[in-house]
Design a protein around this ligand. Sequence first.
Ligand code: ATP
Ligand code: LTN
Length: 334
Amino acid sequence: MSGDKKVLFSGMQSTGSLTLGNYLGALKNWVSLSEEYECFYSVVDMHSITVRQDPAELRKRARNLLTLYIAAGLDPEKNCIYYQSHVSGHAELAWILNCFTYMGELNRMTQFKDKAAKHADNINAGLYTYPVLMAADILLYQADVVPVGKDQLQHLEITRDIAQRFNGIYGDVFTIPEPYVGKVGAKIMSLQNPEKKMSKSDENPNASIYLTDDPDTVIRKCRRAVTDSEGAIAYREEQPGIRNLIDIYCACTGKTQEETVKEFEGRGYGEFKLAVGEAVVDVLRPLQERFAELSKDKAYIDGVIKNNAEKAGYCAMKTLRKVQKKIGFPERIR
Ligand code: ATP
Ligand code: LTN
């Protein structure tokens, strides 16, 4: 948007505590991309309320998440780290884009189907139009690239469709974004059911490793991970539990699948699970230390929140004004 760098946008919901899946599938890639792009990393608290939230808890989680972005290595001087709810342009553009999105498209979204099944007592319109707000997030900043885990690719596809439809009518208003899915850690599965993704809203705490888990908890969860009775450490379809542990081990150590399989050839599951646990602990330790330090510095975090909301608001407004003009909203009188 400014300068020569391409623009990157991504976000995470401030629901629940972040898991190792969120870190390896998303946050870790964000850090590695942050030098190359002009980055907007949002705490998407407006998306969070598609599921009922306790207000005090939501506020606390949003702040923790924003702090964690910085603890993970994103420099808030170089990356725009902000709360979605502090930039009203997201909601304004989402409304406009709602009028360019078909119900037939939204009916196909698998995340909606999953969440509707999980929250059968609260299938609200916001949950249904969630992908449109996500499209607004991305298009508002004219993002070229959007790093996400595999589970979000369908939402990226609908974002592209909406943008192309809009551009088809009004000319080149929006940049068409490309997804970026990292090679390792793209989909970390539940430790208790390796057919399901590791999710921060899983009701079984043993299914997910949280970024705040202490070393003993991490090791215990890895030891208890559901595997199989094959007895061999191999990367095969038939062994989803072991495959997932190999993925975690590779993502944490930087080793390849082949190297890992070779390293543990002829060794037992117990030994392998312990090694996986230790690799995870090594990744989490520096993150947790930095998070604890940053959390104490209220003034610093407050400054980041204020400055970056202003910066994001300025960029968002440029796109929003252009869109409003294109669709025929009356000009503002100054
Ligand atoms: P929820 O359980 O509340 O739906 P979630 O754990 O799926 O949440 P999101 O906030 O939806 O997390 O996702 C944040 C980012 O983390 C997204 O880019 C998503 O693709 C990525 N992500 C989430 N879960 C995983 C996973 N198990 N493996 C890899 N990436 C993941
Ligand atoms: N839907 C995403 C979170 C999200 C997002 C975005 C990701 C909201 N807006 C814009 C990338 C770009 C999720 O559930 N993980």
